[in-house]
Design a protein around this ligand. Structure first.
Ligand SMILES: C[S@@+](CC[C@H](N)C(=O)[O-])C[C@H]1O[C@@H](n2cnc3c(N)ncnc32)[C@H](O)[C@@H]1O
Length: 248
């Protein structure tokens, strides 16, 4: 191992190592070609992030390339109804709906300030008729949404994106599947945690995030309702990854 490589190895127990310069440069290069400022939704997404920052929301939105991946995945399976758990300022929701004109998003958020900013961003994007934000702890609002699906007031989910309190990953996954159609895709973000899921190193912070990531991976592996894999990612969002499951 060279000195430079040694210097780039993060200290033990770090869940979110600083993004390597090559990861960042690669994201910037690919985004500049595949998601240029002339893209149809570029101005809306830029102002969503700027307004969220201005109103003190934490910068924990999905990375730009990953949010577009979600929107393209929704397009690939002709998603009409997508559930998002964890809205923040609405960045991923706005990506999903702005890229897919026939898609409706149901998104769940418990922080009233995040909800207020998200609704403002969604209205500015002209998407209030297709993105519905439910306020409250997601296990409670999800239960109400599932009742609406059972009663036929809402269509089943074609796609689910879980990105909230990581300790509840499995609870959201398990509950959301009950509202999914066969062939639906369920994506759970941040399940790699800088590789700590496969390490004996103790996380220096948020050990419950690592535990929540392991729990959803281990339970999904035993769950007859789905088939799943995990894809690791690096980039502006550090070293992490997502669980990708298809409902049988
Ligand atoms: C990582 S952010 C979501 C980012 C968003 N998906 C995006 O890409 O723009 C996680 C969000 O989940 C919310 N959250 C955390 N625990 C929650 C809970 N129990 N119920 C509902 N929302 C929750 C947080 O307030 C935060 O806004």
């Amino acid at each position: 191992m060279t000195e430079q490589q040694q210097a780039s190895v993060p200290p033990k127990g770090v869940r979110r190592p600083a993004p390597g310069p090559k990861w960042m440069a690669t994201d910037l290069y690919t985004l500049s070609h595949l998601d240029p400022p002339t893209a149809h939704n570029s101005a809306i997404l830029k102002s969503t992030l700027a307004n969220s920052l201005d109103q003190d929301l934490p910068a924990i939105y999905s990375s730009r390339a990953f949010a577009k991946f979600l929107a393209l995945q929704a397009k690939a399976i002709d998603t009409k109804h997508c559930l998002e758990v964890g809205t923040l300022g609405g960045f991923a929701s706005i990506w999903l709906a702005s890229e897919n004109p026939n898609l409706k998003v149901t998104t769940l958020e418990y922080n009233p300030h995040h909800v207020e900013v998200a609704r403002e961003n969604i209205a500015n994007a002209g998407l209030s008729d297709r993105i519905t934000v439910h306020v409250g702890p997601a296990m409670e609002t999800l239960s109400a949404v599932l009742s609406d699906i059972d009663a036929g007031r809402l269509p089943k989910f074609d796609m689910v994106y879980v990105d909230a309190d990581k300790e509840n990953n499995w609870n959201y996954f398990d509950a959301a599947i009950k509202g999914c159609r066969k062939g639906a895709v369920v994506i759970v973000d941040n399940v790699v945690q800088g590789g700590l899921i496969a390490s004996e190193d103790k996380p220096i912070d948020y050990p419950e995030y690592v535990a929540g990531a392991r729990k959803v991976i281990e339970n999904a592996g035993k769950d007859e309702r789905v088939t799943a894999t995990v894809i690791q990612t690096v980039g502006e969002g550090s070293h992490d990854g997502f669980l990708f499951a298809v409902v049988k």
